[in-house]
Design a protein around this ligand. Sequence first.
Ligand code: ISL
Ligand code: CA
Length: 540
Amino acid sequence: MSEQWWKERAFYQIYPRSFQDSNGDGIGDIPGILSRLDYLKWLGIGAVWLCPVYDSPNADMGYDIRDYEKIMSEFGTLEDFDRLVEELHRRDIKLIMDLVVNHSSDEHAWFVESRKGRDNPYRDYYIWRDGKGGKEPNNWASFFTPSAWSYDEHSGQWYLHLFSEKQPDLNWENPKLREEVYAMINRWLDRGVDGFRMDVISALAKAPGLPDGKGEGYVFTPEYFAFQPRLHDYLREMRRRCFDGRQCMCVGETTFVTTQNANSVVGDGRELDLLFHFDFMDMDGQDGKWNVIPFDLRKFKEILVRWQEAIDWNTLFWGNHDQPRVVSRFGSTATEALRVQSAKMLATAMYLLRGTPFLYQGEEIGMTNFPFTSEQELRDVESLNLLAQARKEGREAWAWNGILHKGRDNARTPMQWEDAPQAGFTTGQPWIAVNPNYHDINVRKAQADPDSILCFYRELLALRQREEALLRGAFRLLLPEHPQLLAYERTLGSDRVIVCCNFSSTPAALPPEFTGKSLLRSGIHDGHMEPYGFTVLADK
Ligand code: ISL
Ligand code: CA
């Protein structure tokens, strides 16, 4: 792993179901992705993170895998996949796949066997326990359902699922299960993939004895399922069995990682190359994601500095398929001009930090949240379960507020390619509605406009590639107390680049000490910064 190619490339996350449909069935697919590779190249992308494309009943849109060795039939065939690898590589774009091995689908052959009875050889591939006094084995809550346990009538035991009841957790204590997973990983690497984004990888090991969480009712217990000591044994073993000696990379979705324990996975022991933390994504929630609170620049700076200092190399992202659209969330969609200005500013603030950018599809054209008005428009199990539960508790309005701001379907509506029926995504009926704003917000229109968000992203990625200080330089926060501006410098040798962004909807003065040659800017006039204005200065 000497060649750290993943430091020098910008990643683009594709959510295949919503990227490009090729055959009119309303579902994005691999041939559709193939038809858009030149677009990614034009944008300046160096690697793709492909969300799950494995065979799945789609209870959680591919994060519930029925067969790790097959491609989902709606998405295409293994031949299509091989062609994707080949065509990406021909363009010098790397490909990482999603690796979802905390759980499988309940329709996976292992679980089908496992639930046949206590003596089945696959029983121990999952986490089965006896109940306590007719109730669950413990009080753990799941991400998507009140209890993390479901009862199986047939064998009279309960199985653990940290996500939906159709996503039983795999038992990583079982060495046979681990060997099967490693063999599967190796087969994909042998097919030519360049690495993995590892889904909720921090949750593989559960605390021995599965102790009850403290509190009444069902309790969410990351202290018993995230970053358990055995996690590191599994990740090291996986590295030895699968990754050592290959030029591949792994980025962990390390849910509940902290700046204190981060280096236990990406530090010198090098279990993973990169990690995703969710401190920025949790900024606008209080006691869970659904209680929405406003953006706070001070909090943002605190998190940013803490992470830039904690680990040598960060992932830089504003969203993914689990998050709402960033411009709706932390920017402004009050007017078209503000949407454009704030989207550019947010990109500048994030992607010039020290680390590897991960763009989420549609972000580069400033796609926005969806104006959902009814349950029928939703597809995500998380939102649907939330709504059903909230109804029972008589707080549907609260749930709707959460879903409009934070629901995952916001980011899952089809990619907006052009001002044509269904935004050019499909010739049929899309599986989830296209955002009605596609007439104005689409790739074709943005490509024709040099002032568009899209053309700006292209320039920004090129700038990061060109300026050594931005690519490799050290980070330091400037103006830590400023209430409106985020400012930082990146330095390498005698090179110094200053980034200064107005995060507010009111004007600000550009600090006079920030001088130098302008590399990139927008919304700046004679030392005056417009709302969401920003500048990048080379101070040599
Ligand atoms: O989106 C979230 C809840 O609002 C996150 O907590 C998310 O569930 C968590 O980050 C794990 O996400 C990953 O695993 C899930 C899947 O639903 C997500 O799409 C995936 O990114 C289960 O596989
Ligand atoms: Ca299709």
